[in-house]
Ligand binder design. Structure first.
Ligand SMILES: Nc1ncnc2c1ncn2[C@@H]1O[C@H](COP(=O)(O)OP(=O)(O)OP(=O)(O)O)[C@@H](O)[C@H]1O
Ligand SMILES: O=P(O)(O)OC[C@H]1O[C@](O)(CO)[C@@H](O)[C@@H]1O
Ligand SMILES: [Mg+2]
Length: 316
């Protein structure tokens, strides 16, 4: 069988490891795997090439995505999707493995309806996809953030400051939650655990009075302007505050071992599903087991609230 593989949406560490697994396992089962450049844009532009065992050599350790990625406006339109399908079928490619986030899954669901045997792999640092406990790239991003928090604590303690660390996640607080726990943050502000500004300010006043030399607030993006918040804290609590917006550094870097293993497991499983003629599904891990679910059961659904959101109130 000819299988296409692409990466889409924000790049995430471990995407290359997933492509590598698809190519290597595909090869073992006698499939030909075609890499599609720049996500759905490459499908529309017919930009694809045959990947071999050798062409993915060394890819397990590489950050970003060697295939490239995009957020394709054209693919949102039916004409774009039809062109993508025609390009695949003209090349005899009947199956497609997409690695990306929730938006990518929506596109994949449409392609399934248009006759392409599509499988989705969760690749995003946000960990915002229902149907999997972890997404590929999340654990590496957590490590990057924890490293940044540890460094920020050094300078915060030296200057007796409060550091606000704004992290990504779009509308999901998992990056802030996990990194905040690991970094010993005093406050973790996420969409799931809404902020109580007055409580934060009054606790910081007490911190100051108790002679505490630092405080860390980890904040999910898209909630409040981090720099304005730092000013307000300084004025109202007397705890001198600074904000650091970590930004794109969170998406880069070599994948950590957990992400390499997750990517390898899910890439392997995706090919095995196609061998069994199962498609129109996305794969994931639940309780450390690989699972698959129909796209319709995942797209637009809410993730169950992680129990760590409750626990963190006790330990921070
Ligand atoms: N509703 C939709 N219908 C069809 N295709 C979509 C839809 N939403 C998104 N896509 C396609 O998927 C691509 C990637 O989606 P998006 O930019 O939301 O990133 P993502 O896959 O959610 O990853 P991340 O959130 O990690 O960046 C879009 O550029 C678009 O081409
Ligand atoms: O790459 P862009 O378009 O700036 O998007 C940034 C968004 O992508 C992500 O990094 C991954 O979805 C989000 O955390 C962030 O909100
Ligand atoms: Mg997304």
């Amino acid at each position: 069988m000819k299988i296409g593989v692409l990466t889409s949406g924000g790049d995430a560490p471990g995407m290359n490891a997933a492509v590598r697994a698809v190519v290597r396992v595909g090869d073992i089962h006698g499939h030909q795997v075609y890499g599609i450049r720049d996500g759905y844009a490459g499908l529309i532009n017919d930009d694809m090439y045959l990947l071999t065992h050798e062409s993915v050599s060394g890819m397990i350790a590489l950050g970003g995505t060697f295939l490239g990625t995009s957020r394709s406006e054209d693919f949102m339109k039916i004409e774009g999707k039809q062109k993508a399908v025609n390009n695949l079928l003209n090349r005899g490619i009947e199956a497609l493995i997409v690695i990306g986030g929730d938006g990518t899954y929506r596109g994949a669901m449409d392609l399934t309806k248009l006759g392409i045997k599509t499988i989705g792999l969760p690749g995003t640092i946000d960990n915002d996809i229902p149907g999997t406990d972890f997404t590929i790239g999340f654990q590496t991003a957590v490590e990057t953030i924890v490293d940044a928090i540890d460094k920020l604590r050094d300078t915060s303690t030296s200057h007796q400051r409060c550091s606000i660390v704004e992290v990504m996640g779009r509308h999901c607080g998992d990056l802030a939650l996990y990194a905040g726990i690991c970094g010993g943050a005093e406050f973790i502000v996420t969409p799931e655990n809404p902020m109580n500004k007055d409580q934060i300010i009054s606790r910081l006043k007490k911190h100051k009075a108790d002679g505490r030399r630092h405080a860390i607030i980890v904040l999910t993006e898209n909630i409040i302007d981090a720099h304005d918040f730092a000013k307000e804290i300084t004025e109202k609590s007397g705890f001198d505050s600074r904000a650091t917006v970590l930004g794109y550094i969170q998406r880069g870097g070599s994948p950590c071992p957990e992400d390499r293993i997750l990517a390898s497991r899910l890439g392997t499983y995706a090919v095995e599903l196609l061998n069994d003629d199962i498609y129109g599904v996305c794969v994931g891990v639940r309780d450390n087991r690989v699972i698959h679910l129909p796209f319709a059961n995942v797209v637009g659904q809410k993730r169950p609230k992680n129990e760590l959101y409750k626990m963190v109130k006790k330990v921070s």
